[in-house]
Design a protein around this ligand. Sequence first.
Ligand SMILES: Cc1cc2nc3c(=O)[nH]c(=O)nc-3n(C[C@H](O)[C@H](O)[C@H](O)COP(=O)(O)O)c2cc1C
Length: 201
Amino acid sequence: MKKLIGIVGTNSDKSTNRMLLQFIQKHFADKANIELCEIKDLPPFNKPENRVAPAEVQQLSDKIVEADGVIISTPEYNHSVPAALKSTLEWFSYTTQPLIDKPVMITGASYGRLGSSRAQTHLRQMLDVPELKARIMPGSEFLLGFSLQAFDESGNLTNKEKVAELEGIFNEFLRFVEITNQLVNNNPQHTNRSKFSWEEN
Ligand SMILES: Cc1cc2nc3c(=O)[nH]c(=O)nc-3n(C[C@H](O)[C@H](O)[C@H](O)COP(=O)(O)O)c2cc1C
């Protein structure tokens, strides 16, 4: 069974994105082993001169490296991702680089109609920088709008069409993980670290 990491893209104690990942974890328990990870205890990125990650960042990075794939669920703040998620990506790009060649699926939930679509676009763009170089599943997005009303008391998504949409995307992601990891493992160019192009003369 595939081993996946679900990253809750916020440091809020109460989060519908966390609820969405908890639902995904439960709903697809027979298809994948999904461990949910928090970013709320990571320190804000501070560009350390020695480029050594704090222990909490290293721990999360190690889990990502060991996993077959990653799901990131992002809220939308000011048409972008929350600062805590951006800070996490800054740690990753500058220190441990665990997302290089890692299959990633993006989901998101927001209180409004658009379901975090603008934040997801930014997230996709950031994950594609050479220093992060995630393998983001193309041509798919799962947007959960009006997320405060989307779950019942047991944490299940109430809209059956939305559940069916999620099932389709998740099944596609499992295939994407399989194919991407095959390609990556057979790629002689596969590297675990990427230089910062903007630091070269
Ligand atoms: C500072 C701030 C900015 C926000 N900006 C947006 C926004 O640009 N677009 C939007 O749809 N929702 C916005 N919201 C509401 C979010 O939809 C909502 O807080 C969040 O995405 C829900 O995710 P969560 O339940 O995981 O915290 C904003 C909320 C905060 C606190």
